[in-house]
Design a protein. Structure first.
Lengths: 749, 305
């Protein structure tokens, strides 16, 4: 049980009711996509490119295969536009003439027999005229080989506060460093999977494992030139996403629908196996960052310059918004008068990098926090003390100009984390130990950070989300929202919020299956927004629903028992037939953002945290082994402490993987270690006890004070771990992750 | 699953004689024991379609672990007591789990359960066999080095008869073994080490458990009076293209007193003896350095006790 440092006065919020979907999952009756049976179903397979850049010269089908039994689709069969509708319209569903990365879909096959479909993939031969490929950020920016726009740059951002250039010559100390964070595979436990039924008469229906049914809906309409109501997307129980099922499912959904369309409306199922999933789908954006910081000799941060470049891969997809979030987290929770942030996302001939928990923020928080650790070492100031001297306080302005309206509480979080981890005792004891021991080196270090909840800047306004509630026939309440349960507990937390607002038992709240034909578009299940933003829409809808019942005279205005509520609902339905109440997103007052100058309030709410990593390095094998981890955070009201702590523990474990184990070995721009035997995730034997502590400072525009927390735990562990490694190695900074044993050996030799 | 099961045929003989007879066909069927290597390839679509020989149906191949008596040595075993154990025999289908559960093997050959517990997870340990690990000839095999360090012998049977091959002589190159296509490994015989022998087993994987080795050392040393190294065996996995016994380093140590000078000489010898591989799991540089560190640790802790 996590430590929550307030006492909730609510019946459901702050308590731990059983999860809405847990019975089905625990008993094995939950139907994941591949469990669904469709009469006459065909199995779809994707033939993918085997060069990073090339012109398709010829597609041939090897004799000896009964091709007449197959449904075969190429770009030429697409009835509408061959383009995935996302931020830009540059990615085709199927390569047409030109391939821009390895594993790009070129030909689709479907057959009633899965084994036949699998075998036939190898019998389709695609000949290419190979073209020069861009495989690194450096090659992309070198010019010469331009494949996107004028300069291979998808997007640039610039934030400017004050004038760092004027500070460098005057400062006591100026410290520079260059950092690298590698790609990472989301590794949801259920691979990508969809089933589609599509025909000119019946329209397109897709079932799938996904985070965002309306993204898929938007992507399929132009592919078939169909209006809104002829495309229907239905969420099926989803075994994890982590961002990997944010934008990607549109591709397999489109593929299955194209095959079904050509096969006369027969259902087509596409389920990737683990190797195809790891080979072809999105990963976290790799990022190279230069940090320059000026200090007084007693550690006051005078100026900060961050220059970050992300590898976006071969199509824009979400890179511009991933970059935006990275940009807006690059300056950290520190007060500094002179800040410049320059960022860019560039084209390479890699499969597009995509959404992954943290969404660009972990990539810029890592270099900043590790740089501050480096600066502390060079200045001879304890790392926590250097942070303390520069923390953002009430009234201070962030680099974007956003004024802190209240205390962040970060200093208190830091002391709590140091206290729980025995940080001060350990730093002393470990220095002592490292002087005498040559076999084991110990390290402990911390990181401070924030994570902005919800879409960036004016993003939530553009999303214009809508969520609602309806009364059911038996007098209960059903949630109508497009937000999906992907293991993070959203069905449960949403139900708690609605039950609390309506003062009815949690068991009287149901959740409708997210189905675009049934639920309103409450926006994507991403960006730590589901509980905070959509939860608040549902709370308001609940408040409105109660008001409607009271005004109709069915419900007393001064409190009710569950049976009184049921009776009131029954009475209302008898009289009016149905009751559906929707609420729409309204931006919080005093929050404004300017997309042109990148100034204003980038996020309406921030979660704040201090994490401490404790590890040791075996000097015979150079393996860093986590020993203890303390995660202290302020996330507003905690709706469900067990789920919230689970989110933090899972995120920390995932970040330990990113920092110490997970190495995406790229060759020709694509992952080559696409098996769980050679892409190394930490197991519970490699992760330490993860000790989670919450502070609650209720946020006035979140449901019962809740803020977002899903991505937060991905941000802090990597820099804390890298700094602890530096501590263990006698202040030797290894500026790139993952820090594998091989990396440590190379660094000390 | 990328392979189609329809492409594979399995023969299930009922006796060893039937199994050995079927191995005389051309091409001979591929012996299938626990299947833990084969299933990975099957799932990845990398297994050659063909005929497989199911060994599970042969009762002679699933005999329990046998511990037989050795020659009585009054000096160490006291007169009038039971005969000392002399040899342990694993059958073709003995699994890692069988060894982990066997109290006497745990006591007599402690490196075997140590290796067994670090191979895969419980599911793999319950299926995978020691003989399969030998036959598969992976340079990263974790079960082979301790067997080789214990000086195990491989019992190879064919329709023509039985022969014994020292495990140390079994490999000659990457996936090159002394087993003829018509032969089956029917047993593994392991002599119990002389009393007072000191062993060392350390697997360095890509993570703590459920990992394939990057470097592994199984060592066994027999010390005489005044710390003279009578016999030493040093066996590495994952460093060379096959399980490698570092004979040059062994011979530098044998006959020498175990002291710091001998340790550094051994490490220097090993550094030139090994020609490590570079692959997706690690680098040659890392393997060489860690192999030397493990040797140093082995000899260092042996000196300490």
């Amino acid at each position: 049980m996590p430590d929550v440092l307030t006492t909730p006065a609510y019946r459901w919020v702050g308590h731990n009711p059983p999860r809405k979907e847990s019975l089905e999952k625990v008993t094995g009756s939950a139907k994941y996509l591949d469990d669904l049976k469709f009469e006459g179903c065909l199995h779809g397979k994707t033939v993918r490119s085997t060069v990073p850049h090339g012109r398709i010269k010829k597609i041939s089908f090897e004799p000896g295969v009964p091709w007449d039994e197959f449904t075969v689709v190429t770009a030429r069969d697409i009835p509408g536009k061959n383009v995935v509708s996302l931020i830009e319209l540059d990615q085709p569903f199927l390569a047409d003439g030109l391939v821009r990365h390895m594993a790009e879909p070129v030909v689709l096959l479907a057959h009633p027999d899965k084994g036949m479909a699998e075998k036939a993939v190898k019998r389709v031969h695609i000949e290419y005229e190979e073209l020069p490929a861009i495989l690194t950020i450096e090659e992309s920016l070198a010019g010469g080989n331009i494949q996107y726009g004028k300069d291979n740059i998808f997007k640039k951002y610039h934030i400017q506060k004050g004038d760092p250039e004027s500070v460098w010559p005057k400062a006591d100390v100026v410290i520079e460093g260059e950092y690298w964070t590698g790609p990472q595979e989301q590794l949801y436990i259920e691979p990508q999977g969809v089933v589609a039924v599509a025909s000119p008469t019946g329209g397109v229906t897709v079932w799938g494992s996904m985070q965002c049914p309306f993204y898929v809906h938007k992507g399929l309409k132009p592919l078939f030139n169909l209006p809104d109501d002829r495309v229907r997307v239905i969420y099926t129980v989803t075994g994890g996403g982590f961002g990997g099922k944010e934008e990607y499912p549109t591709l397999p959904a489109g593929h299955a629908a194209l095959l079904s369309w050509k096969a006369g409306g027969r259902p087509v199922k596409i389920v990737y196996d683990r190797m195809e999933d790891m080979w072809a789908t999105t990963k976290r954006h790799p990022c190279k960052t230069r940090v320059k910081a000026a200090f007084t000799k007693d550690g006051k941060l005078l100026a900060l310059k961050v220059d970050a470049t992300m590898d976006g891969g071969a199509y824009v997809t979400l890179s511009t918004v991933v970059l935006s979030r990275g940009t807006l987290h690059a300056f950290g929770p520190y007060a500094c008068d002179h800040v410049v942030i320059d960022t860019r996302a560039v084209f390479t001939n890699s499969p597009p990098y995509g959404a992954f928990r943290g969404f660009g923020a972990p990539q810029t928080i890592f270099p900043l926090e590790l740089h501050l650790h480096r600066a502390a070492c060079e200045l001879g100031i304890e790392p926590h003390e250097l942070r303390r001297r520069n923390l953002l306080h009430q009234g201070d302005r962030m680099a974007t100009g956003q004024v802190m309206q209240e205390e962040t509480g970060l200093e208190g979080l830091m002391w709590k984390a140091m206290d729980e981890s025995k940080y001060l005792e350990k730093t002393k004891a470990y220095r002592e130990h490292n002087r005498s021991s040559t076999r084991i080196k110990k390290g402990v270090a911390l990181a401070l950070f924030f994570h902005g909840a919800g879409f960036t800047g004016s993003g939530e306004v553009f999303l214009d989300s809508k969520a609602g509630l309806e009364l059911t026939r038996d007098g209960a309440v059903r949630i109508l929202s497009a937000n999906t349960e992907i293991g993070q507990g959203s069905f449960t937390t949403h139900s708690q919020i609605v039950a609390e607002e309506l003062r009815i038992p949690y068991e009287m709240v149901e959740v409708a299956v997210p189905d675009t034909a049934v639920v309103p578009n409450s926006g994507p299940t991403v960006a730590s927004r589901t509980c905070m933003v959509v939860g608040e829409l549902l709370r308001r809808a609940a408040s409105d629903l109660k008001e409607v019942l009271v005004k109709s005279g069915a419900l007393a205005g001064n409190g009710h028992t569950p049976s009184e509520f049921r009776a009131a609902a029954g009475k209302y339905l008898q009289r009016f037939g149905e009751l559906k109440v929707y609420s729409k997103y309204k931006p919080p007052p005093d929050v404004s953002w300017d997309d042109k100058t990148y100034t204003g309030s980038a996020y309406a709410a921030y979660a704040w945290a201090c994490y401490v990593a404790d590890l040791e390095i075996d000097m015979a094998t150079y393996q860093a082994q986590m020993k203890d981890f303390v995660a202290v955070q302020e996330v507003g009201r905690v709706i469900h402490p067990v789920i919230a702590a689970g989110q933090i523990e899972g995120g920390v474990a995932q970040a330990i993987g990113w920092a110490l184990y997970e190495d995406v070995a790229l060759k020709q721009g694509v992952m080559q270690n696409c098996q769980l035997t050679n892409y190394i995730l930490p197991t519970t034997a490699d992760t330490p006890p993860i000790r989670v502590f919450f502070y609650e400072n209720p946020y006035q525009n979140g449901p019962f004070g809740a803020k977002g927390l899903g991505e937060l735990p991905m941000d802090g562990p990597a820099p804390a771990i890298a700094a602890a490694v530096a501590f263990a190695l006698g202040d030797r900074i290894i500026p790139r992750i993952p820090i594998l044993p091989e990396t440590i050996l190379d660094a000390i030799s | 699953m990328k392979s189609s099961i329809a492409d594979f045929a399995v023969i299930s003989p009922r006796t060893l004689a039937e199994a050995l007879a079927s191995l005389r066909q051309t091409p001979p069927p591929v012996p299938l024991a626990g299947g833990t290597d084969i299933m990975v390839l099957l799932n990845a679509g990398q297994l050659e379609p063909g005929v497989y020989l199911n060994l599970y149906s042969v009762p002679e191949l699933r005999r329990p672990i046998e511990v037989s008596a050795g020659v009585r040595d009054a000096g160490t075993w006291g007169a009038g007591g039971a005969d000392p154990p002399g040899e342990v025999r694993l059958s073709a289908l003995t699994t890692y789990a069988d060894v982990r559960r066997h109290a006497e093997v745990r006591r007599l050959l402690p490196m075997l359960p140590l290796a067994a517990r670090e191979i895969g997870a419980v599911q793999i340990q319950s299926r995978a066999t020691w003989a399969g690990n030998i036959a598969n000839a992976s340079p990263a095999a974790d079960g082979v080095p301790p067997l080789m360090a214990y000086d195990a012998t491989v019992e190879l049977s064919s329709a023509a008869g039985v022969r014994q091959v020292a495990l140390s002589e079994f490999y000659s190159g990457y996936k090159q073994t002394a087993r003829r296509p018509d032969e089956l490994i029917t047993g593994i015989r392991i002599p119990v080490p002389a009393p007072g022998s000191i062993d060392y087993f350390r697997k360095v994987g890509t993570r703590k458990f459920q990992a394939i080795s990057k470097v592994l050392l199984a060592g066994l040393v027999e010390l005489g009076g005044s710390r003279e190294i009578r016999k030493i065996r040093l066996v590495f996995a994952s460093v060379m293209p096959f399980t490698y016994r570092a004979r040059k380093t062994e011979s530098v140590l044998e006959g020498r007193r175990l002291e710091p000078g001998a340790v550094s000489l051994a490490v220097e010898t090993l550094r030139t003896e090994l020609k490590p591989i570079d692959d997706i799991r690690s680098t040659a540089r890392y393997r060489l350095k860690v192999a030397c560190n493990l040797l140093e640790e082995f000899l260092g802790t042996t000196m300490g006790c």
